[in-house]
Design a protein. Structure first.
Length: 337
């Protein structure tokens, strides 16, 4: 009992120091606030599909929004409840929006079956289910593409199929041509394709870097694609170089370039919160706490973004970085006066 009494103050200090307070609820399904998507999501949890259908109708041909909506609603159907999606499909069997969500859900369900473990730690049974669902998803992807030929969304979903089934580079480039013909600067498409070209999937460090640099160089200002070299560096080097790598002049230039691009972006770009998470993390690791705090403030309360999503305890990981940033920003501010 005496040991417990002595330990309590130490535990409280640890809790505060490492950033686990304030105990604000974190939304682990989104990267940032999106009121229409959040309303539709809540309705779907209750089994109602019509608000989801209206969400897509209101998005029109905004391919970035449609892609985000399909991703998040597909995630809900794959991991929590698909009753609303089945009801939508039954009520409107030829609805292209429903078909898009269904395709995303099928691919995401396959990845759910695989799990997050590394290949050597994943059972044969999981791999069999994973590959079975990915193979079957081709029909759903093809149907979504046929129902809405202009939409790059079904092809973006197929990139995840390419990752899992190991498309050859020739097949991936053909798929990429379908996407860029419809939306040459589509953020999610580029961000997902970058994963394909990383060493941990189907490419190499060099291919990932080259893909990111080429995309960033050819994109118009404000497209958010300037963050791709930052993400490529993270995928290639974060584990091996540590703080020294994050603070190198090369990486600082990459971050500053992405910050300038964010300043020119549409404030309503649906993928802007994801980019802010990446920049907040890099600025935090670089010791640029006041700049990191500005990015954290715009996405606080949401954790579905890189790098937090790579952690099994992403909310705690996010809180630790955010709270340390806030504390250090105060010190940094006083030091400059």
């Amino acid at each position: 009992m005496a040991l417990l009494v002595l330990a309590c103050p130490l535990l409280l200090w640890y809790w505060l120091w490492f950033g686990l307070l304030p105990l604000r609820w974190q939304n682990s399904s989104l990267a940032g606030p999106d009121a229409p998507l959040q309303r539709a999501y809540r309705a779907a949890v209750l089994g109602r599909w019509k608000p989801v259908a209206r969400l897509f109708e209101d998005a029109g041909q905004d391919w970035e929004k449609r892609s985000l909506y399909a991703q998040r609603m597909g995630h809900l159907a794959a991991r929590r409840s698909d009753r609303w999606l089945k009801a939508w499909q039954l009520a409107r069997p030829g609805d292209p929006d429903c078909a898009l969500v269904l395709a995303r859900a099928r691919v995401l369900y396959a990845w759910k079956l695989r799990g997050q473990a590394r290949a050597q730690d994943t059972s044969q049974r999981r791999f069999e289910g994973f590959h079975r669902e990915l193979l079957a998803s081709q029909a759903d992807i093809r149907r979504a593409a046929e129902l809405h030929p202009e939409d790059p969304g079904p092809y973006v979903a197929e990139i995840w199929r390419a990752l899992g089934l190991g498309y050859r580079s020739r097949e991936m480039r053909a798929l990429w041509s379908e996407i860029t013909a419809r939306a040459p600067y589509h953020f999610e498409a580029h961000n997902t394709a970058l994963q394909y070209w990383t060493a941990k999937w189907r490419g190499s460090k060099q291919l990932a870097r080259e893909f990111a640099e080429k995309a960033a160089a050819s994109a118009p200002p404000g497209s958010l694609l300037a963050v791709l070299p930052v993400i490529a560096w993270y995928e290639n080097h974060a584990d091996e170089l540590g703080d020294a790598g994050f603070r190198s002049p090369q990486v600082r230039v990459l971050v500053d370039t992405a910050l300038a691009d964010v300043a020119l972006a549409d404030p309503d770009h649906p993928r802007l919160p994801e980019v802010r998470h990446v920049l907040a993390y890099f600025l935090y690791r670089q010791g640029r706490y006041r700049a990191a705090r500005e990015q954290f403030r715009k996405v606080d309360g949401f954790t579905e973004a890189l790098p937090w999503r790579y952690s099994y305890v992403k909310s705690l990981y996010y809180r630790a970085a955010r709270t340390k940033t806030g504390r250090k920003a105060l010190t940094e501010g006083r030091a400059r006066k």
